[in-house]
Design a protein around this ligand. Structure first.
Ligand code: 8YV
Length: 323
């Protein structure tokens, strides 16, 4: 495309974006891909012109970065989570922040159910067992049933509801904890994570990240989940820092809980070696929403927000704090 056809809107991509988002962004705007990290001098020259920031659910958009972007109008996150964005600072500046809710609910819920089954039935370990040629020497050890057990949801937003629907098909009983009870739902409410954990066989973390939920799952919650007999599986498809990773490793090493399945970690993409050494733990690389179909829908929605902003139209999915 000749340079003259490219609209003169400068966009900073703050992290490595998937081509599904980056390619259409580049076609529509003048994109500066991680320039703030790779070339400070070039960034300083272009920063005053940057009107939009594009990022993913894990991106950091700090008050300091925004302070360096005097023309910034909008931050478009491809992800339902936006805990890396300083929304208060954005609000104070009149910068709009958008995210991509709903289009990933089914995908993340599917992942959660898959991880619950993997943790209870040890399917990844069973696969390793077959590949290692161990089957001829004897049967794979018996595992734990999931159907009919008690599911505890830490969080009761849109994705949690999609998980609950699926868990009902497995005959599971469903309870949850959240900031407040939702009497319209047919699920039992517990006021604290520990109270919920004490009544759960599977504790699934599906709450937003950020300061309000940091280390919500701590040693006491894990003890409650274990119920004094190594009961309980922890599944995290939310954000790593919601779980105290050190406390989780200790609980797993000590056999306080039965196992865990983790899609998110405190320092992604780093996974502690002690966690990797535990056979009863299932580890996946933050793929909760990771199908072509869903990531396409997320990229389309992120772009639609930017385009609506620059066309002066209502934004499809502004974050709730700014509505
Ligand atoms: C992705 C996510 O990892 O939506 C979120 O909050 O964590 C994810 O679905 C990522 O943001 C995709 O860009």
């Amino acid at each position: 495309m000749p340079a003259t056809d490219v609209p003169a809107i400068d966009v900073l991509a703050v992290s490595r974006l998937p081509p599904l988002y980056l390619d259409p962004l580049r076609a529509a705007y003048r994109v500066h891909d991680r320039l703030h990290e790779t070339d400070p001098a070039a960034f300083a020259a272009v920063a005053p012109r940057i009107r939009a920031v594009a990022g993913s659910g894990e991106s950091k958009v700090s008050a300091e970065l925004m302070a360096r972007l005097p023309a910034l109008e909008v931050v478009a996150i491809m992800g339902v989570g936006y805990d890396g964005v300083d929304v208060e600072a954005a609000k104070a500046r009149g910068v709009r922040v958008t995210h991509t809710p709903d289009v990933l609910n089914d995908e993340v819920a599917d992942t959660a159910l898959g991880l619950m089954l993997c943790a209870a039935r040890q399917l990844p370990a069973a696969d390793r067992f077959v590949r290692a040629g161990q089957w001829p020497q004897g049967a794979f050890p018996l595992q734990t049933r999931m159907s009919g057990k008690r599911l505890g949801l830490l969080g009761m937003g849109r994705i949690a509801k999609a998980i609950a629907q699926r868990a009902q098909a497995f005959g599971m009983s469903i309870a949850y904890t959240a900031r407040s009870a939702k009497p319209e739902l047919p699920y039992r409410f517990w006021p604290t994570p520990a109270a919920l954990a004490a009544e759960s066989d599977f504790l699934v973390v599906i709450t937003p990240g950020g300061a309000a939920t940091r280390k919500l799952v701590d040693a006491a919650v894990l003890r409650a989940l274990g119920q004094g007999r190594g009961n309980g599986f922890l599944v995290n498809v939310a954000r790593g820092p919601v779980v105290d990773e050190a406390a989780l490793i200790e609980a797993l090493e000590a056999g306080t809980i039965a196992g865990a399945a983790l899609d998110v970690f405190e320092q992604e993409p780093q996974v502690p070696a002690r966690l990797m050494a535990l056979p009863q733990v299932v580890l996946t690389p933050h793929l909760g929403s990771g199908t072509r179909e869903t990531r396409q829908a997320m990229a389309d929605l992120a772009l639609a927000n930017l385009q609506a902003h620059f066309a002066g139209q209502p934004l499809p999915t502004l974050v709730p704090e700014l509505r």
